[in-house]
Design a protein around this ligand. Structure first.
Ligand code: SME
Length: 149
């Protein structure tokens, strides 16, 4: 599945849409094609503030449009610069719930010129669905998105 999605992500990146429209199209592609992706969005560092701001996303609207560094799974990734795979969100102390249907989450940092400037965040209503293949694919997605930022 991910091998079929890679060229589709690249063709969105190479299209003549705006950067925001490209990121939205990628969110929509991933949510539509990956059965265990129920909410897909990008957060980016908010200027010079130590906080993340929600960018393009698809799925249920969230109240968490600003997340301070260190808070929740997303805020922790802003500081750790590392992938964070959460098989069971209820087992996490430092977690910000967006919807009661969410069982698991994966957050992959997005690097531009070696700097962690944002992340892709995916919520799943399936328990423990993520494998190394998700991580590798989402690292690829972020690498492609960095080209248009
Ligand atoms: N669950 C995230 C908050 C963002 S929502 O999933 C969209 C977190 O703990 O950082």
């Amino acid at each position: 599945m991910f091998n079929l999605l890679r060229p589709q992500v690249s063709s969105i990146i190479d299209s003549n849409k705006t950067p925001d429209a490209k990121m939205l199209a990628i969110c929509e592609l991933l949510k539509a094609e990956v059965p265990h992706y129920d909410w897909v969005g990008f957060y980016f560092k908010n200027g010079n503030k130590r906080e993340l701001k929600l960018g393009q996303y698809t799925g249920a609207p969230t109240d968490h449009t600003i997340i301070p560094f260190g808070k929740g799974i997303c805020g922790q990734v802003a500081e750790s610069n590392e992938n964070f795979v959460v098989p069971d969100v209820q087992a996490q102390d430092n977690y910000i719930a967006c919807s009661i249907t969410v069982k698991s989450e994966i957050v992959i940092p997005l690097f531009l010129n070696g700097e962690n400037i944002g992340q892709i965040d995916i919520d799943s209503n399936t328990p423990d669905p993520f494998t190394k293949a998700d991580e590798t694919f989402l690292e690829f997605v972020n690498f492609e998105v960095a080209k248009i930022l």
